[in-house]
Design a protein. Sequence first.
Length: 445
Amino acid sequence: MTTDELIEPDTAAPAKSARRGSLRPLLLRLHFYLGVFVGPFLFVAALSGLLYIFTPQLERAIYAHELTVPVGQARQPLQAQVEAAQRALPDATFVRVRPGEAEDASTQVIFSRSDLAASHWLTAYVDPYTSEVRGTLETYGSSQAGPVRTWIDELHRGLHLGDFGRLYSELAASWLWVVVLGGLILWWGRRRPAKGKGRRKLLSWHATTGTWVAIVLLFLSATGLTWSQYAGETVDEVRAALSWETPTLPASVPDHGGHGEHHGGGGQVTGANVGQVLNIARGSGLDGPVEVAVPSGPGKAYVVKQIQSSWPTKQDSVAIDPGTGEVLAKLRFDDYPLGAKLTRWGIDAHMGMLFGLANQLVLAAVCVSLLAMIIWGYRMWWHRRPTKGFGRPFPRGAWRSVPKPVLIGLIVVTAALAWYLPVLGVSLAGFLVIDWFVGRVKARS
């Protein structure tokens, strides 16, 4: 619910007696301004999010040559596949490998290189039956997003404008929950049904659709804030205070008198190789898709972790001594704090991965609904516009109709939210300045 006051035309300027002791006039004015100024940011976020939802299927079509292989008779040793990738990329450093889980899936051998941006990798796709390198792509993040998905992800997150661009998505996430809750209160607290034609019909569509998708929109707002530039720091502080941080696996190797030392050269170590380490991890219960990370330096262990983000989530991990093959430590997803589990599930559901295609379809429906509500909201604004001027927000001074105890509580809560959600706070201050300026201009005219 994003752009109109959710009131009937004949209630645009109610008598003071009708407004006294009510929160509704303030909500009407706030909802109007949020719709007008935040609506465009929400529209871009919803549209780019809609583009992102089905990028896994899009990537499988575009990069089919790299991601899939003809099914052969017998698989080559994992170490031989890694060595083939190293020969193809001699100037890069081998860091991780993801064996293909499906019979026709390629093995992803992941490298770092000095010219790549943070969290970006160079991935060689190897045929597990022949050790042929079928191609290389620059990938991003823990999801191994290819170039197409990375481009759309960066569009959704920051419009390809770096840290400055991330302010747009944080602004959208910061205000989305306010718009949704305010719209619900206005719609369900209305004095008369919004039935009829024209603007009233649009209002009914706008509000009814918003009611159906409200829960998912609130979820997207909350999970979106966890990734944001400034509010994300607040989320991290809260998680730390509640001991909800994701636990880490100890990956140090005990001293064996020189055995098991890391020799550099892109993942070359004495003792167990990646194939043997994978077998040890499988024997420790790590089934499904996994990733094997090689020791990052002397005294460090192999870390093997499950990477299944779909339900049921599999995120167990083990640390393995490269010299002896001993399992040094285990970390089970079942042992994560509840907050860490909720964070994991929230991120995966936000990205459309947790429940597979069903998750994607729900997110797509919600994005389309939000786009429609924004369009309907601006259409309602157009219906109610005066012959000249900006529009008809609810009359100024709406805050005077709020009971003093409620008003004081609102001020305290708003100040706290502005502190912990700084983009919301700064933008709210901007709205107030604009409102004050418009009021001054009208008073002088």
